[in-house]
Design a protein around this ligand. Structure first.
Ligand code: ZN
Ligand code: ZN
Length: 411
């Protein structure tokens, strides 16, 4: 009998390097992980370059590769994916941006790039959508709040390009920059002008908004500026269901990951209390995955917290969170007719505090898998496994073959 379904578990930023605080172990190798170790013992293991050796992946490009959409072909910047994840229905050709609400001081300098990590900005976004008019440019737009201080902008109209810079000065104590085209192409020149006009019109709307007056009265930094970056043109994605003959779903907290899921046609499953941090509702996510596997042939589960600990350089916190993840994954051991793959999307070493090109450990467990001798899921042991060293784009074809959904190449 062959398995019928695929569960792809991406432990975001799980890979690491030897850490002095852990006696030269990595957070994953130092963690007690009986569930992952059992999966490794029963399955095949290896290490994986999600893009290619020496390439330092973003979470977006690596997830595209893992889902079988080569980023060289499909990746056009983070903006369109964030916009889709924030709930904007991106159509091919639309230009998407990531946005931050920020605080400008009376002198026009940025005093807080995250507006005091403001929450509940929906009334501000609504006021911008109602009040900013780009129709003189022949451009319509959506501006939607995301989590916390984040938001997304999407422009639609003829003659727009994605060759534009940002107005984010990246530092506090300096003024926002003007948008400049990065080429001399008319569509990029026009888009830079549209963005400068967008920001010019948004400022008085935000400045006078009751929510910001109230924040000022409470001594909180007002969200009186929009910083935009990550311009990208929405491409055409062949839907996952048609490409692989499997209906797919995604369980993730980060809008970047749900956005990628949406653009490739995975159903987003919302989980109460999923935060994308170490305080996330892991059990709720695992339950949602088990339910989703009843009706979907493919489920992607992204667990973000370990990446955050890596960026913060907190090795012990990362190790402890990995142990929590391991405990929460236990229900998956009983899944029937399911091929399970566990991997990272990239390494986020605590010593680097950013993504690195170090390959990530990967395991595949399920009916038909040829087990190897590896009995622990970590960066060192998996390097001795039967999958050896693969690329991110090799994983899904391997899993599809195990459920009898691969196409024969040749006669
Ligand atoms: Zn990531
Ligand atoms: Zn990261």
């Amino acid at each position: 009998m062959t398995a019928q379904r695929i569960l792809l578990i991406v432990l975001d930023g799980i890979g690491d390097r030897p850490h002095p605080a852990l006696g030269g172990a990595t957070p994953l190798s130092a963690a007690r992980t009986p569930v992952l170790d059992r999966m490794a013992r029963e399955g095949a293991t290896g290490i994986m370059d999600t893009i290619a050796p020496g390439i330092r992946p973003g979470s977006d490009t690596s997830h595209l590769a893992l889902l079988g959409y080569p980023p060289e072909e499909y990746y056009t910047g983070r903006g369109p994916l964030e916009a889709e994840g924030s709930g904007i229905r991106m159509r091919p050709g639309m230009i998407g941006f990531r946005a931050n609400f920020a605080t400008l001081g009376p002198d026009g300098l940025v005093t807080d790039r995250r507006a005091g990590r403001i929450h509940g900005t929906e009334p501000l976004s609504k006021a911008i959508e109602d009040g900013v008019d780009l129709l003189p440019f022949g451009v319509s737009f959506r501006f939607v709040s995301g989590a916390g201080h984040r938001a997304a902008l999407a422009l639609e109209g003829t003659g727009l390009g994605d060759g534009v810079g940002s107005n984010d000065p990246k530092h506090e104590g300096v003024a926002p920059t003007r948008f400049e085209p990065t080429t001399v192409r008319p569509e990029d020149v026009k888009t830079a002008a549209v963005l400068n006009e967008f920001v010019r019109q948004a400022r008085p709307i935000l400045f006078n908004h009751p929510l910001n007056r109230e924040r000022l009265a409470q001594g909180l930094p007002p969200a009186n500026e929009v910083l935009l970056r990550g311009a990208g043109r929405m491409g055409h994605f062949e839907p996952f269901g048609e490409r692989y003959g499997l209906s797919g779903a995604v369980v993730a907290a980060a809008t970047l990951i749900t956005g990628i899921g949406k653009v490739v046609g995975l159903e987003t499953i919302h989980v109460e209390g999923a935060t994308g941090s170490v305080d996330t509702n892991l059990d709720g996510k695992v339950r949602a995955v088990v339910d989703a596997l009843e009706t979907h042939g493919f489920v992607l589960l992204n667990i973000k917290g370990a990446d955050e600990s890596g960026h913060d350089g907190k090795a012990e916190q990362k190790r402890d969170f990995i142990e929590r993840i391991d405990g929460a994954l236990a229900p998956f051991l009983d899944l029937q007719e399911t091929v399970i793959a566990v991997c990272g999307d990239h390494s986020t070493p605590c010593t680097v505090m950013d993504h690195s090109a170090d390959p990530v450990p990967v395991l595949v467990r399920g009916e038909g898998v040829r087990p190897d001798r590896v009995t622990k899921y970590d960066e060192f042991r998996c390097a001795e496994g039967g999958l050896h060293r693969i690329r991110g784009r090799d994983l899904l074809p391997t899993l599809l073959d195990l459920i009898g959904k691969s196409h024969k190449y040749g006669a």
